[in-house]
Design a protein around this ligand. Sequence first.
Ligand code: 13P
Length: 255
Amino acid sequence: MREKLLIANWKMNFSIKNSIKIFEEMKKKSLEFNFSNNNLKIIICSHYLSTKSLYDISVENLFLGVQNITHLSQNEGPFTGEISAELVKDYVDYSIIGHSERRNLLHESNFNISEKLASCVNVNINPILCVGENEETRLKSNHIDFVLNQLTDSLKGFKNWDTLKVAYEPLWAIGTGVPCEPNDAKEMIQAIRSELNNLSNTNEIPILYGGSVSSTNISNLIDSGEIDGALIGSSSMDPEEFFKIIDICRSIWKI
Ligand code: 13P
């Protein structure tokens, strides 16, 4: 079975103190659930300020990630406000790359994203590459072409296929409470899978869905059999809800 991942994206939320509190609650739950299955990764992506604090109290069952790294290739230097993959590599195993909030609000290009992917793999951080269309593109039925173009442009020159995870996050589903219809998500994930097979020659890259995932809609999404996990925003901020989602997925995947 392909690797499964359930990823919390806490975005720009939680003080250091609250990050620790929520993480401690998740730790307790993860120990109760006794995850030791290598095929399922639970990953918590906090903002940088909390990363080291979470690392200091981390447990085997929960992996850590950051939400971004600089597109600049230098590890250190006069780059005000930037954080390199090298600077975080001792604390995390994953980084979200190219989230739509960064593509849109901070004007990240596919080229910038390809640079970030290269920086991640240079220091053994597994990149979680986000792709997704906006509502206008979907209404014009250009969504598949648009997403495949994002994917191939972002992956230009990329070769470390065993490190890569991809998340399909339609913009119109993020933070709206309205997820993608399971069949629409399935259609897109199949298109991404076929493109990734062409590019990489492997069928093992996990493809996740993100956008208004909750314990009430996750089973319909996962039941399609195409989706290898979820990238979860607001539902990941409540340990009770996040672990409910994890539990539902585990019973569907039987892991
Ligand atoms: P929500 O789950 O809050 O819609 O956020 C999704 C997301 O952007 C995860 O990266």
